[in-house]
Design a protein around this ligand. Structure first.
Ligand code: NOJ
Ligand code: CA
Length: 618
């Protein structure tokens, strides 16, 4: 148990082993799991903690070092658990608190950190706090846990997030005889962070899980904690003040934990969630994600470079969390309306694939199952600045089913094998919480872990290899980033540097082979070593470095100072292209007339005879 320990002030010099341990999240590769979707241990059709525990080795062997668990608390599950009815327990569908503890212990034993959800902007309307509030008199401490109004005409400058289902951020409660405020579904009333009792209650919840050993929290919907008339009620100073309190409480009592901000905002607004290193340790880079998709569709690096350039620097102790897909729709809130139209036309021509301001599809179908494009996307995810998050199932190229409502189409059972129910559960197929993907391309008969584990060229095997390579340097997690500007805009090239390591990443965003000339003058004399195959390339010289890259291809090079120049590089003609001297009758024939020097064609023709003549006879 980790109870009161020395605080780690943010001013601690970031050197030495302790500092490194505190900054573990900078080297994190996170695997996002939904407990209900992973493995069903008791055959009731719903994944559970015992099932997850059985699969921890799979997660470890993938090569990630951190698990992010989606909500598993008691809940009516009207928003897949983001509607909490009890913060300090486990939904019986998923097991017990003891099952959670066992899973956590086992994860730690395997070297995996565990991050859970801290959903404090709102509760379920079934939470006892809300039930007490609606029944308590107006103005009472219980009523004050939530945000109430006599009119629904307050805070009118606030946008609606779930545009497909909600028409107002206020809902009338006939019991309280007042409107309550909610930024999400109407069954998710927002807590009132102007009430110190609410903050006290949140700190208690945090301590409960931190004492158990949880390594960090994803702060769900964090920009919306506090409301003020005349504002858009997002990113308010008062909201930041609350986050600072949560962070101070963690630093005062625990070591090596983190807060991850889910703030779907523009980069300059997200920057505020890091504070001066005294708010969140990490924050998602929401605007980068759709621009990676745009760049590959437009075959142009510009969208990526532009958004990264708009991204302010963050404090030394902080880190971006980057991702390609997750359990929600591929959000298009942080793009212009023109860009949104482009994304919709390109990636969601079927209107059913659209929900709210986004696209409810997984990575593989978005890439039209083109393995080279999927790999390219993953190579960008694993090499751009930040700690990458992989969404369960994307490592095998799982598909989606947008006909099953809300965002459930990307939350279907993990596909372990071609067995019944994808090897996820032995329940009657009709009992499953959701049907597994069954179509001919992405269905579990063809797309599953078992098959891909046996196939060295599968997406799964490749993903493991790429993750293993990423681990060989800290430059990807911690290094600086500098874009190169080759004339060919279909190529995205950047350098990641940390300590002695300089990594050059070059990606061809286009569907055809591309040449590129890179200005690497500053690295003259270094030998680029391709990291997946460990192949040494010719050294960097005076001229721009010329590369050709296949369609959707990419390279990660270590610009080595200690690697040998490839031996073939200095030779004018390669060994097997040298002229062949044919001696028909042993070496003495060299001095006879029939010698046919340097006649390759004839040499080929007579090789058999040559070998018979010259091989020792027994
Ligand atoms: C963000 C979560 O990712 C999403 O799934 C949820 O519906 C909302 N927050 C509300 O909690
Ligand atoms: Ca179960």
């Amino acid at each position: 148990m980790n109870t009161v320990q020395a605080p780690i002030p943010d001013t601690t010099p970031l050197t030495g082993i302790n500092a490194d341990e505190a900054l573990w999240y900078k080297d994190a590769v996170i695997y996002q799991v939904n407990v209900k979707s992973f493995l069903d241990s008791n055959d009731d059709g719903i994944g559970d903690f015992k099932g997850l525990t059985l699969k921890l080795e799979y997660i470890r062997d993938l090569g990630v070092n951190t698990i992010w668990l989606m909500p598993f608390y008691p809940s009516p599950l009207k928003d897949d658990g983001y509607d909490i009815a009890d913060y300090q327990n486990v939904h019986p569908q998923f097991g017990t608190l003891d099952d959670f503890r066992t899973m956590l212990r086992e994860a730690h034993r395997l070297g995996l950190k565990v991050v859970t959800e801290l959903i404090i902007n709102h509760t379920s309307d079934q939470h006892p706090w809300f039930q007490a509030a609606r029944n308590a008199p107006a103005g009472s401490p219980q009523r004050d846990f939530y945000v109430w109004s006599d009119t629904d005409q307050k805070y009118l400058d606030t946008r609606i997030i779930f545009t497909d289902t909600e028409t107002s951020n206020w809902t009338w409660d006939p019991v309280a005889k007042a409107y309550y405020w909610h930024r999400f579904f109407s069954h998710q009333p927002d807590l009132n962070f102007d009430n110190p009792q609410v903050i006290k209650a949140v700190l208690k919840i945090m301590n409960f899980w931190l004492d158990m050993g949880v390594d960090g929290f994803r702060l769900d919907a964090i920009p919306y904690l506090v409301e003020r008339e005349g504002t858009n009620n997002e990113n308010l100073r008062e909201t930041h003040a609350v986050i600072k309190k949560l962070r101070a409480a963690i630093d005062a009592s625990y070591k090596n934990r983190f807060l991850l901000a889910e703030a779907n905002q523009w980069p300059e607004d997200v920057r505020e969630y890091f504070g001066d290193g005294d708010e969140c340790n990490m924050a998602y880079h929401f605007p980068l994600m759709p621009r990676i998709y745009m760049a590959i569709a437009q075959e142009d690096r510009y969208p990526i470079i532009e958004i990264i350039q708009q991204t302010p620097d963050i404090p030394e102790s902080c880190q971006w969390a980057i991702f390609l897909r997750n359990h929600d729709e591929l959000t298009l809130e942080m793009v212009t309306s023109k860009e949104r139209d482009y994304m919709y036309t390109t990636y969601a021509s079927d209107l059913q694939a659209r929900i709210n301001l986004g696209i409810r599809r997984r990575l593989a179908p978005l890439m039209e199952n083109n393995l080279d494009r999927i790999k390219l996307m993953n190579s960008l995810l694993l090499s751009m600045p930040g700690s990458p998050i992989l969404y369960y199932g994307d490592e095998i190229g799982m598909g989606d089913n947008f006909f099953i409502g809300d965002r459930n189409g990307v939350r279907t059972p993990m596909q372990w094998s071609p067995d019944r129910n994808a090897g996820f559960s032995r329940a009657d197929p009709q009992r499953l919480y959701l049907p597994p993907i069954m179509d001919a391309v992405y269905g579990y008969l063809s797309t599953n872990v078992e098959a891909q584990s046996r196939d060295p060229s599968s997406l799964l095997s490749w993903t493991k290899r790429l993750l293993a390579v990423r681990k060989t340097t800290q430059a990807f997690g911690r290094g600086t980033r500098r874009f190169l500007r080759p004339g060919n805009r279909k190529i995205l090239a950047y350098l990641r540097e940390f300590g002695e390591d300089t990594i050059l990443c070059v990606a061809n965003l286009s569907r055809s082979a591309q040449p590129v000339e890179l200005n690497l003058a500053a690295y003259k004399g270094r030998v680029p070593v391709e990291m997946l195959g460990r192949t040494a390339f010719p050294p960097i010289g005076e001229l721009p470095y010329l590369l050709t890259i296949s369609a959707y291809g990419f390279y990660w090079f270590r610009l080595a100072t200690d690697a040998a120049i490839p031996s073939w590089h200095e030779q004018i003609v390669s060994v097997d292209e040298r002229p062949v001297l044919v001696l028909f009758d042993g070496w003495m024939s060299l001095f006879r007339e029939r010698v046919v020097p340097w006649r390759i064609g004839i040499a080929e023709k007579t090789r058999a005879q040559f070998e018979t003549d010259t091989l020792p006879r027994h």
